[in-house]
Write a protein that binds this ligand. Structure first.
Ligand SMILES: *[C@@H]1O[C@H](CO)[C@@H](O)[C@H](O)[C@H]1NC(C)=O
Length: 215
């Protein structure tokens, strides 16, 4: 059963590959060479003659991530950072594990649309549209359901079950990027001035300092 739903999740990734938003590659592949200091839009390519099957391979998505943390979730990414063969190809995938009532907190991917498929449990998911409407669009998903988070929009997931949940996320970028809202706003290095955030959030500085101390 678990194997079959896992395959369903991977099928969604293949669909994402067909709708990849990034530029078409100009060669069969460009396996990332992280040791190369040349900067391009992406990573420089390894000499194709030295490329091996393992450059196109990742193992571990069958393993549950450790959700013992403050938010109760764990993302296991498979982007160009973990799978060099994804370089220039415009897709990536991730496994997300959720403890009971765990959340994947509000965040955005600056470079990718995300297609999320639930393979175990039930999740409440949602995203917020841009100004001026800031419309919150949300839905409860069950096993086998897929939901798309449009590129750049703030979104989250919450496990609404008493048991663990698992999702597979497909991305239209080899390097989607992640901006977690609380960490970026309250946990920047150095901190954004407390009075700036107090005015932005219309609360007193003490409350801002209290939140900043947690990130
Ligand atoms: C999960 O993470 C917690 C907190 O970091 C740690 O104490 C625990 O040993 C980890 N569990 C496993 C199975 O790695």
């Amino acid at each position: 059963m678990a194997g079959r739903s896992f395959i369903a999740g991977l099928a969604v990734l293949l669909i994402a590959a067909a709708i990849a938003a990034e530029q078409s590659p100009l060669q069969d592949f460009c396996v990332a060479d992280p040791s190369n200091a040349v900067l391009v839009n992406g990573l420089a390519c390894k000499d194709p003659k030295t490329v091996q099957a393992n450059d196109f391979f990742f193992s571990g998505l069958h393993l549950a991530g450790n959700t013992s943390n403050a938010v109760g979730s764990r993302v296991t990414p498979v982007t160009v950072g973990q799978l060099p063969g994804l370089n220039t190809l415009g897709v990536a995938v991730a496994r997300i594990d959720y403890a009971a009532w765990g959340i994947n907190p509000p965040h955005t991917h600056p470079r990718a649309t995300e297609l999320l498929t639930v393979i175990e449990g039930r999740l409440e998911v949602g995203f917020v549209t841009s100004n001026p409407d800031n419309r919150f669009i949300s839905k409860v998903l069950s096993k086998g359901d897929a939901f798309v988070f449009p590129q750049g929009l703030i979104h989250f997931q919450r496990n609404i079950g008493k048991t663990k949940a698992i999702a597979i996320a497909a991305f239209g970028s080899q390097n989607p990027g992640v901006i977690t809202i609380a960490n970026a706003v309250f946990g920047s290095m150095p901190d954004i001035a407390t009075d700036v955030l107090a005015k932005a959030f219309q609360v007193d500085k003490k409350l801002i300092s209290q939140i900043q101390s947690k990130f």
